[in-house]
Design a binder for this molecule. Structure first.
Ligand code: SF4
Ligand code: MG
Length: 324
């Protein structure tokens, strides 16, 4: 296994008390595989990724338990300088907002070239050539002419391609992409997602794709892990989820995806809001919003039941959900 997150706990100290942002979450992704981590904002999906990358702000965040096994090593046990080495060369992250992740006063060519001069000791001239090559790889038209331009001179979609190029530069084993297309319009979204998944295949990397939008993962993900209130509530191969979700929250997410074949139908929205993480409801955290909830849900926290060897659901009534 390339990456395995086990029983991770992350707390934030807030004025309201301790928020359990990640409360025992775990997932795994293999080389060459794409795992989509799905959930509303505040579900813990970004915080989990930041813990994996070692870029959580500390404090107020504190990792209070768990393991992050990367190629068999627990990253949470590494010293900061070893950690930095892994982060630079073996895993990379792509963020939603390229404009604030890229340096506004350096040309994109210089930023790409820096990856090679700093991490690989490549000469400036060779690094510049590699920058152009990377811009070609991510299909930026006229790369040779545009290599000296600054981030603000590119469109949102093109900037996101530059972020992908930065992430690919050192050919990491793992890329984590946090809402990489959320800020883009729908057509550009699809193009960027397609590019990312194509390059993932070409380079044989593992990809963790974080998104709140189930609509974007169907064609690119192998597996889906659904998060709610800091936990994994369903984990399954993507086609299983589309065939029939085994958790009411997954069903709600699925039903709220716009579908071309059901045009004109009113879009379903899951009622209510995710809980305040300093006061997560007892029992199943989803119960105040769940159409299937009954008494036991308000008192007994569901474990991740085994639905099949490749699939888990944290719902007492997963059978009913699966057949419903
Ligand atoms: Fe709904 Fe109960 Fe299942 Fe939670 S355990 S998702 S409240 S049916
Ligand atoms: Mg987020």
């Amino acid at each position: 296994m390339l990456l395995e997150v086990r029983d991770l706990h992350v707390e934030f100290h807030t004025r309201d008390g301790i928020a359990k942002a990640v409360d025992g979450a775990g997932y795994a992704v293999d080389a060459g595989e794409t795992l989509a981590v799905l959930g509303e904002s505040g579900s813990g999906k970004s915080v989990t990724a930041q813990a994996v990358m070692g870029i959580l702000d500390t404090p107020p965040a504190r990792i209070t338990g768990g393991e992050v096994l990367f190629q068999g090593r627990d990253l949470l046990k590494l010293k900061e300088d070893e950690r930095r080495r892994v982060r630079g060369a073996e895993m990379a992250m792509i963020f939603q907002d390229a404009l604030s992740s890229l340096n506004p006063v350096l040309s994109v060519g210089d930023q790409l070239a820096e990856m090679f001069t700093v991490h690989r000791g490549t000469s400036r001239k060779d690094a510049r050539a590699k920058a152009v090559e990377l811009m070609d790889r991510v299909r930026i038209p006229a790369a040779r002419e545009r290599v000296g331009q600054y981030p603000h001179q590119f469109s949102g979609g093109m900037r996101q391609r530059i972020m992908i190029a930065m992430a690919l530069a050192l050919e990491p084993a793992l890329i984590i992409a946090d809402e990489p297309t959320t800020a883009l319009d729908v057509t550009v979204q699809a193009q960027v997602m397609e590019l990312l998944s194509e390059l993932r295949r070409e380079y044989g990397m593992g990809l963790v794709l974080i998104t709140h939008d189930l609509g974007v993962v169907a064609d690119v993900a192998d597996r889906i892990a659904v998060m709610y209130a800091g936990r994994i509530v369903e984990s399954a191969p993507v086609h299983d989820i589309y065939k029939a979700p085994a958790h009411p929250y997954t069903r709600g997410l699925l039903d709220s995806v716009p579908r071309l074949d059901l045009k004109g139908r009113e879009l379903y929205a899951i009622k209510g809001l995710p809980p305040n993480l300093t006061r997560v409801p007892p029992g199943c955290a989803f119960h105040p919003r769940c159409p299937l909830a009954r008494d036991v849900c308000r008192t007994d926290e569901p474990p991740l039941y085994e639905v099949s060897p490749a699939r888990g659901s944290a719902c007492h009534f997963w059978r009913e959900c699966l057949n419903g």
